[in-house]
Design a protein around this ligand. Structure first.
Ligand SMILES: Nc1ncnc2c1ncn2[C@@H]1O[C@H](COP(=O)(O)OP(=O)(O)OP(=O)(O)O)[C@@H](O)[C@H]1O
Ligand SMILES: O=C([O-])CC(=O)C(=O)O
Ligand SMILES: [Ca+2]
Ligand SMILES: [Mn+2]
Length: 669
């Protein structure tokens, strides 16, 4: 505007009487007469058109303009719109009605009245109050109060909510929103409960080794009531209506009701974001999460062993979260749901990253947490389909999610530029430490937790493949971070070996931040995701074997962990080398490479890979103490063998024809 424009020297001037520049500060006139006479006679520098507003409120309301949808929304009467069926107001009503039904108590029918919009902004149309729950006698005060629904807010709006109302929310120097997830900085698998009823009793995997700890329907409803009451007691709740799965035929509609802008923005990033038109047609969700994470469960409730409870009810299509604010519970909770729904449709759900080369060659990256799914699927030379959760069906692979969830500990711009650059406005940064003044994040700081994370929409990665699906995979890469340092950096697997390692689901990390812990801890997690699978591992393994066979996919085992000795004496294999190995898998050159076979595990290891020192390819070369190597190798293979015992009696493959081969593909010693 006129008062503020730069002058020819690139300096700013504040009107004629107050200009700063080489002329120096002008005197401020206080003489009333002089002022009044000048206002009559002198033409001030106000050549710009005056502000249209009459009041400050009006001025502020001008600042925010209503965005128009990219295509006309059906139902909004257009000029001559024959298709206009319902008014916008009716549409809002229907939406509120649906959310009101979600938040209804199942035992009494007096919930709070639901209103749309921020309680702080009680202006104009937002005052409209419509109460939709069934008309019964109000028996509690909650029936007299209003709860505002903040429905599918944009990242900018969610930033404002977070910064205004949530302690520990800050904008970092790159524009990402830093948040704290509270006392829990990781998932709590021991607090997961699944309702056992007639259907799930037979369908799901129960008992030893299973992640599904049972609860009954009644206890679920007790926890549901607790969560819903908590949410209804608040002034406002966030509601996200979004999708899972980029395969249009198998898309699932999810609703997330939560109390924190952090949770809403996290899910905005992680689930698939509907267009305004899709949102208009959203209707009833297929699955609903009630996230009352700030509020604990009642430990005297049956089945509860702590004040945290994450409860899944497949029949009701609902999940309740109490006593943990870690947002990953929502992400992985929905993944569990997909692990139930998709195999029922003959679609395999996978805890894997996925990318595609320029020629359409697709690779899957399986692995437990922290083994490199996100890091290695985010590859500047390939299209990213997704970093963590996929479906493999009749037509190929599809990403379940709309965003990525990267580990940030020791993140560097040089080694992981695409992830680094994705941590910008809109991204959620969990539990990181930053400079109080500059707001630069220190990614090496583990003060809050070792599990620092960034959640960002997939389109923040420049070469994301959108829509996120692709053809059948050519390579299936199993990642293990072997802190024992005895698995080769890469080995080519037979189908039986692929199945053996897939069912085993091995990794060994070093216990995080505890001081003095030098011993790698082996983890076996069936299908590289035992915490999320709902049915017996052999169900998923059989499907994987069939699909790999049918589409001629090759299996690989890649150790992204230690080399040159176990944790303490060796070091983690350089990411640059792992990337070269992965390049050679993608290009097909590794398939043709000369190989030797290792002792005990019987793994085929290449003798040469471009860009990787040959001596590291066989781990025995990198250990100075060969006896220690053999000892460690035998120790690890013993752990594999022991872990596999529980699977010996299960049948894998058509008529169980693969079982013997798979068992034989394990370590021999
Ligand atoms: N050689 C290597 N290969 C892969 N990752 C490595 C390597 N060396 C170090 N890393 C680090 O290991 C971490 C791998 O984490 P990543 O986010 O990829 O895990 P993830 O498999 O996606 O796990 P989650 O399922 O928990 O998201 C990153 O922090 C990465 O920088
Ligand atoms: O779920 C989480 O918290 C992180 C993750 O991706 C995993 O553990 O596989
Ligand atoms: Ca990840
Ligand atoms: Mn994961």
């Amino acid at each position: 505007m006129a008062e503020n424009r730069g002058d020819q020297n690139g300096e700013f001037s504040f009107g004629k009487s107050l200009s700063i520049g080489r002329r120096g500060l002008a005197k401020i006139q206080t003489d009333k007469k002089a002022l009044s006479s000048s206002s009559e006679e002198v033409c001030h520098d106000d050549s710009g058109t005056p502000v249209r507003a009459q009041t400050l409120d009006e001025l502020h309301s001008l600042q925010r303009k209503r965005s128009t949808p990219s295509t006309p929304i059906r139902g909004v009467p257009q000029a001559g719109g024959v298709f206009a069926t319902i008014s916008e107001e009716d549409r809002h009503k229907q939406q509120l009605q649906s959310i009101s039904a979600s938040l209804a108590s199942l035992t009494r029918e007096t919930g709070p009245k639901l209103v749309k919009g921020d309680p702080e902004r009680k202006t104009g149309s937002e005052i409209k109050t419509t109460h939709f729950s069934a008309p019964t006698i109000a028996i509690s005060d909650s029936g007299l109060k209003f709860t505002h629904v903040l429905y599918n807010l944009s990242p900018a709006e969610l930033y404002e909510q977070a910064i205004k109302y949530e302690k520990g929310s800050f904008i970092t120097s790159s524009g990402a929103l830093a948040t704290l997830s509270g006392a829990k900085t990781g998932r709590a698998p021991r607090d997961k409960r699944v309702v056992k009823d007639e259907t799930t009793e037979d369908d799901l995997w129960w008992g030893k080794g299973s992640p599904n700890i049972e609860m009954d329907e009644h206890t679920f409803l007790v926890n549901r009531e607790r969560a819903v009451d908590y949410l209804n007691s608040l002034d406002k709740v966030f509601v996200n209506d979004q999708f899972l799965n980029w395969d249009p035929e198998n898309r699932i509609k999810v609703r997330i009701v939560s109390a924190r802008a952090y949770h809403s923005l996290f899910m905005h990033n992680m689930c698939i974001r509907p267009t305004p038109e899709e949102l208009e047609d959203f209707g009833t969700p297929d699955f609903t999460i009630y996230n009352a994470g700030q509020f604990p469960c009642n430990r005297y409730t049956h089945y509860m062993t702590s004040s945290t409870s994450v409860d899944l009810n497949l029949a009701r299509r609902e999940m309740v979260i109490l006593g943990t604010q870690y947002a990953g519970e929502m992400k992985k909770g929905l993944f569990g749901v997909m692990h139930y729904l998709m195999p029922k449709r003959q679609i395999l759900s996978l805890h894997s990253g996925c990318n595609m080369g320029k020629d359409g060659d697709v690779a899957l990256f399986f692995g437990l947490s922290g083994t490199g799914k996100t890091t290695l699927s985010t590859d500047h030379n390939r299209y990213l389909i997704g970093d963590d959760e996929h479906c493999w069906g009749e037509n190929g692979v599809s990403n379940i999610e709309g965003g990525c969830y990267a580990k940030c500990i020791d993140l560097s711009r040089e080694k992981e530029p695409d992830i680094w650059n994705a941590i910008k406005f809109g991204a959620v940064l969990e539990n990181v430490v930053f400079d109080e003044h500059t707001r630069e994040v220190d990614y090496s700081d583990k003060s809050v937790t070792e599990n620092t994370r960034a959640a960002y929409p997939i389109e923040y990665i420049p070469n994301a493949k959108i829509p996120c699906y692709g053809p059948h995979p050519k390579n299936v890469i199993l990642l293990a971070c072997d802190a024992f340092g005895v698995l080769p950096p890469v080995s080519k697997l037979s189908l039986a070996q692929t199945m053996y390692h897939f069912i085993s689901g091995y990794t060994a990390l070093v216990a995080g931040t505890e001081e003095g812990v030098k011993e790698p801890r082996a983890t076996f997690s069936a299908c590289f995701g035992a915490a999320f699978i709902m049915m017996h591992p052999t169900k998923y393994a059989t499907m994987l074997a069939e699909k790999m066979q049918k589409h001629g996919a090759s299996g690989w085992l890649v150790n992204t962990g230690w080399s040159g000795g176990r944790y303490g004496s060796g070091s983690r294999i350089k990411l640059a080398y792992t990337r070269k190995i992965i390049d050679a898998i993608h290009s097909g050159s590794l398939l043709k490479a000369n190989c030797t076979k290792t002792e005990v595990f019987g793994l085929e290891i290449p003798t040469e890979i471009e860009g990787v020192p040959s001596e590291i390819l066989d781990p025995i070369n990198t250990w100075s103490d060969k006896n220690a190597y053999k000892e460690t190798l035998l120790h690890l293979s013993g752990l594999f063998k022991k872990n596999f015992e529980v699977f010996l009696n299960y049948k894998v493959g058509k008529d169980g024809n693969l079982t013997d081969e798979i068992v034989a593909a394990g370590p021999v010693f």
